[in-house]
Design a protein around this ligand. Structure first.
Ligand SMILES: [Zn+2]
Ligand SMILES: [Zn+2]
Length: 364
């Protein structure tokens, strides 16, 4: 029996390398040999067992294999899966994080991220039971029916390819949830990977001004934001947020704010940065059911719209085009790469939040 080496989360803040058998692949399934997987900003909470889903589910499904941002090569392709996805063994693909049941009202309306089964690679199923290989932090990933895959040009660096769904998220906040029009001004709060992906999407969507606000310690990220198309970057230590947006927009303020920090002070600030009839997409999660206090008068008096932003369903195809065009050095967002066997060290390093670290990726 062939085995796959996997980095398994065995309990809160405990990981170890284990081997699981590679399952037989059915006609609607595929097997991916993982080339690279990045540690998502949402992974530390799963590793610690405190992710919001854990609260809803009554705990994480230990033991499980983390990892939902992966690129690799298809090693086995079921006959029907090959026809459905237009792929063959050997193809280089990214598998989207969400696995759609295809039957619930959310899958039916193209909102797989809200599928009632809540099935996602990298944490929703234990690896104790076959087919075991539900996470990207492994040599092999079992690609279940209901997955979506995107073919990636061999010339695209793995560091860029594994971030496909992150770019898809940015496109979702800007295009689908943010409804940005050509020539509008967007303010992005927080220049982490999600904020940077939002910059890329905003640039593609024809934003006139892309204003990114961060902290002094975010200098590296703000420089990258500029490279990706931000027209203005500010650190809040130097220029308070409202002043910064006022200066950059000649007092007009923003059409759209994408809040990526999840900090209550930042969420409370969003309505102050918007013009009347502006929109805000809340992306950052505080986790644990925390609340943010805000002056609700602003929302009323300016007739603002606030929307939540979760996943990238149906925005990954746009992201694939951006990746394959290779006009943006997306790979620069992966600042550190470690072998899979040192994955726990990589996780702990990522959680330190050092200023020189944007994203950490693992190579099986
Ligand atoms: Zn992710
Ligand atoms: Zn569904």
């Amino acid at each position: 029996m062939r085995m796959s080496r996997c980095l398994v989360v065995t309990g809160p803040e405990r990981m170890e390398m284990r081997e699981y058998p590679i399952p037989a692949i059915g006609p609607r399934e595929m097997l991916l040999k993982v080339e690279m997987v990045s540690i998502c900003g949402s992974d530390p909470k799963k590793y610690q067992g405190t992710a919001m889903w854990a609260v809803e589910w009554g705990g994480m499904p230990f033991p499980f294999i983390l990892g939902h941002e992966m690129v690799g090569h298809l090693e086995e392709v079921g006959e029907e899966a090959g026809r459905l996805h237009g792929v063959r063994p050997g193809d280089r693909v990214v598998v989207e994080p969400y696995i759609a049941c295809g039957r619930c009202r959310y899958c039916g309306s193209g909102n797989d991220q809200l599928c009632t089964t809540r099935h996602t690679y990298g944490f929703s199923r234990s690896c104790a039971e076959p087919p075991h290989l539900w996470g990207g932090n492994a040599e092999y990933l079992f690609v279940a029916e209901g997955s979506k895959v995107h073919t990636i040009d061999p010339a695209v660096p793995a560091e860029a390819a594994c971030l496909l769904s992150v770019i898809g998220n940015g496109i979702r906040w800007i295009k689908t949830r943010g409804e940005l029009s050509f020539g509008e001004t967007v303010v992005i709060l927080g220049p982490g990977a999600q904020g940077l992906a939002t910059v890329i999407a905003a640039r593609q969507a024809g934003a006139r001004r892309i204003i990114v606000l961060g902290l002094d310690r975010d200098r590296l990220k703000l420089d990258l934001a500029r490279e990706f198309g931000a027209t203005h970057t500010f650190t809040v230590e130097e220029t308070p947020q409202i002043e910064a947006v006022r200066a950059a927009t000649d007092g007009e303020m923003a059409d759209l704010v994408v809040e990526c920090t999840g900090a209550s002070s930042s969420i409370a600030l969003a309505p102050e940065l918007l013009r009347p009839l502006g929109r805000c997409v809340l992306v950052g999660s505080m986790g644990g059911g925390k609340t943010a206090a805000m002056a609700t008068d602003r929302w009323t008096l300016k007739e603002l719209t606030v929307r939540g932003g979760l996943g990238q369903a149906w925005n990954c195809e746009d992201a694939t085009q951006i990746l394959n065009a290779r006009q943006v050095a997306i790979e620069k967002m992966i600042t550190h790469v470690l072998p899979l066997g040192r994955g726990e060290e990589g996780m702990r390093f990522f959680m330190e939040g050092r200023p020189d670290c944007i994203r950490v990726a693992l190579r099986p």
